[in-house]
Design a protein around this ligand. Structure first.
Ligand code: ADP
Ligand code: MG
Length: 341
């Protein structure tokens, strides 16, 4: 393996320390992913420089020109604190002809908008829940094809922001309330989607043209009260206390016959291709009582901290953390943005 110059692009507040004192709870640190990635790449022998980015593209260009990195390890999820500008930074790397890890700018654009991506998936006959988009300032009227319960969420926000038990609505009044909440508190357009009762599954995909699906992963709600909806709310995703209280944990999907797993993995690869993703992504699905899998969304550049869902499912497939990062780097080196379309 050759030693590479790798430019790690991280949010300016998430620059990881060079080393951590014994006993530090790295898993609880905000810069955990950045630390895991940088320290692992260095341990593998790569030459890594970290650039904290806020709203200055000039610094990226300067380093790209002067230091001539082989590749940028892109860990940015926003530019100037604006999440949907993540794709613009990737576009800029493409203009600089600097290879980068993770998804191309076009895939980021297509996957970001949960309605646009579902329209593309529907064309490819991939099952997605029926939905309607409600933009701020427009009347909130439920089309007849949508029946309760519905789940109301942001069109473009990620990480379960704005998702709680109250997101699942049973009446037109609650629908209007929740749509207004998304407009007012989250500040984006809202979408109401057919609620899919069932199991929550995640599948990691690695590749550009030829794709590898990682083992099907499941989010378990072991001690969740019977009346609560088993969905990945904000608290389910982010509150360790809440996770402990309700037995929320993830791991390999239990008791899913091999044939079902293979069907789901195949569906996820088709989703990855339909949205023109590259590098690595995680597809979120729900599996209903009848055994039908519904794609909720595709997440290009998902969380890749050591031990988190993506890395854990890769490890299960025999791909340890170092091997996973090296694979992601290799995919980035091989990707040719100008050959898309
Ligand atoms: N149509 C749906 N039916 C059932 N649960 C849903 C539906 N849409 C979203 N959810 C729940 O909300 C969570 C977050 O929704 P998702 O669309 O994946 O957005 P995010 O980008 O915030 O992860 C999902 O993981 C799932 O638990
Ligand atoms: Mg999701």
């Amino acid at each position: 393996m050759s030693r590479l110059r790798i430019l790690a692009l991280v949010h300016r507040h998430l620059i990881p320390p060079e080393s951590v004192p014994e006993g530090t709870d790295v898993a609880a640190a905000p810069w955990r992913t950045e630390y895991d990635v940088v320290s692992t790449l260095r341990a593998m022998g790569h030459d890594v420089r970290i650039l904290g980015v806020h709203d200055d593209l000039g610094e990226i260009r300067r380093l790209a020109t002067e230091w001539k990195p082989h590749i940028a390890f892109n860990l940015l999820e926003a530019f100037d604190d604006i999440a949907i500008f993540d794709m613009n930074v990737v576009s800029y790397l493409e203009l600089l002809k600097l290879p980068y890890i993770g998804c191309n700018s076009r895939g980021l654009l297509l996957a970001r908008d949960k309605a646009l991506s579902k329209k593309l998936l529907a064309y490819h006959r991939i099952a997605v829940p029926e939905f309607e988009v409600f933009r701020a300032g427009r009347p909130i009227r439920r089309p007849k094809r949508l029946t309760f319960p519905l789940i109301v969420k942001s069109l473009t926000q990620e990480a379960s922001i704005g998702i709680s038990q109250a997101s699942v609505v049973d009446t037109d009044e609650k629908l209007r309330e929740r749509v207004a909440f998304i407009h007012g508190s989250i500040g984006t357009a809202a979408m109401a989607e057919q609620y899919v009762d069932g199991r929550e599954l995640y599948v990691g995909i690695l590749g550009n043209q030829s794709l590898q699906a990682l083992p099907v992963w499941e989010l378990f709600f072991t001690n969740m009260p019977a009346e609560a909806r088993r969905i990945a709310t904000d608290r389910v995703k982010w509150s360790v206390k809440y996770q402990k209280k309700y037995g929320i944990e993830s791991g390999p999907a239990r008791d899913l016959p091999d044939a079902v797993c293979e069907r789901i993995q195949h569906l996820c690869k088709r989703t990855f291709r339909a949205l023109e993703l590259s590098g690595f992504a995680r597809i979120d699905l729900r599996l209903d009582e009848a055994g039908r899998a519904w794609v909720l969304e595709a997440n290009p550049n998902p969380q890749i901290a050591r031990g988190e869902d993506f890395a854990a499912s890769a490890a299960r497939a025999g791909l340890g953390y170092e091997a996973l990062l090296q694979r992601i780097v290799n995919l980035g080196l091989r990707w040719q943005p100008e050959s898309v379309a």
